[in-house]
Design a binder for this molecule. Sequence first.
Ligand SMILES: [Zn+2]
Length: 317
Amino acid sequence: MSACRICGGAIARTLDVREMMFGTRERFAYELCGDCGCLQIAEVPRDVARHYPADYYSFAQRPPAGLKRLRRRLKRRPILAAPALIAAALKRAFPRDALLHLYRDIGITVHDRILDVGTGSGEHVVALRDAGITGAVGLDPFVPHDIMDGDRVLVHRRDLADMTGEFDLVTFHHALEHVPDQVASLAQARARLAPQGRVLVRVPCVSSWAFEHYGVDWVNLDAPRHCCLHSHESIRRAAARAGLEVERLWCDANAMSIMGSEQYRRDIPLTDPRSFARTKSGSIFSAAERAAFERQAAALNRELRGDWICVLLRAAP
Ligand SMILES: [Zn+2]
């Protein structure tokens, strides 16, 4: 690559990054733009599919039904509509549904239509429907076929460019970083927006303590699967080129970023039997260390130095 794909700026620095999720330790060049600060893979490998093993998604999993689904609906249904105190209690009781509270925070109601891009087997769309957002649907070009939820499509096997319809919110939850052409995907999302519609992007971010501290061992680099790691400035510029502007930007990283990076420094892959992602008792981190990493991640988020960002975008005037 001779120039930044986001802003056309000159490359300031090249990084030599190892594949460490599965620990193949193959090396890939990444380039840091001296202008917008974006970090991108120099060349997307032609055989990148090889780096996504068959079980990367729990492909074509059927959504739960019957009593199991009913129980989930009962705990999820009040999240968007309940008074703030009850919603806060639900968030503490069911931390796994934290993402649904994010929708509440940005003003989403059960009447909104949501398109989740790169949704995989659609577990997140199931959660949205359980919360009462019946107009939620997902798409993913890499699932083997459309996935159904009863008699309705849950996940379309389709490219975003081929999607039709109008949505109040288009979401990319840790999906956009896998896409080589960031601006095209954001423009395709914008084309699907209803008037006043918005795009929510959650991605890893290099404007962060974790990237600056760990460099090539930063777990969220995730070579070669992540094509593009944005800075606060580069996501703003990519959005602007797609006719979007930033309404709000905040951080939602957790201790996983720090633990994973600490492991990579010690040459321990994410899927290693000693990895925190595989074991608690066999992990190299004690419970006290894990708790300290959680506190550190929360503090970094508050300072806008976390390495996962949420960016809420709206159509530019
Ligand atoms: Zn740039």
